[in-house]
Design a protein around this ligand. Structure first.
Ligand SMILES: Cc1cc2nc3c(=O)[nH]c(=O)nc-3n(C[C@H](O)[C@H](O)[C@H](O)COP(=O)(O)O)c2cc1C
Length: 135
């Protein structure tokens, strides 16, 4: 991985109450979309994020079992909620409460959407919005 030498620090970044990180991957975990807060909090540009594995923001403190569960659930069509500590490009970290949902388009091509907020109660609003727009 291109950015594997990031040294984690103890600096925490806190998402604002009204901010949501939205990212999408293909079924292999490669990022296909990220909104502006995803760029801002991860510290990576759109060019650096698109087409690379979502583990680009994996923090070494996160247990592997969490991601195994995430993928097992999503691959069987279920959504997952999880607290995730992510690593920014500058070594700082940010916690999110993630809702990862499998989605399908008209051709049954699947992709995966992740909505993240600092506060778990905040995730419900964008989740509703996403399902209406079918993005
Ligand atoms: C839609 C979606 C969003 C994801 N978001 C994150 C994330 O924010 N942080 C993270 O570490 N892994 C995230 N993952 C999981 C990664 O794909 C990967 O499994 C994890 O980082 C562990 O990577 P590794 O086993 O290669 O070390 C996400 C996966 C999907 C499908």
């Amino acid at each position: 991985m291109k950015f594997k030498n990031i040294v984690p620090t103890q600096v925490e970044r806190i998402l604002a109450d009204n901010e949501f990180i939205i990212s999408k991957t293909d079924t292999k975990g490669k990022i296909t979309y990220g909104n502006r807060p995803f760029n801002d909090y991860s510290g990576f540009s759109e060019n650096e994020l698109l087409g690379v594995q979502h583990n680009i923001v994996r923090h070494p403190d996160m247990p592997r079992a969490v991601f195994k569960l995430l993928w097992d659930e999503v691959q069987t069509g279920r959504e997952v909620f999880a607290f995730v500590k992510n690593l920014s490009k500058d070594g700082s970290f940010y916690w999110v409460f993630a809702n990862v949902t499998p989605s399908f388009d008209m051709k049954k091509t699947s992709w995966v959407t992740s909505l993240c907020a600092e506060n778990p109660s905040a995730v419900h609003y964008p989740k509703l919005r996403i399902s209406i727009k079918k993005c």
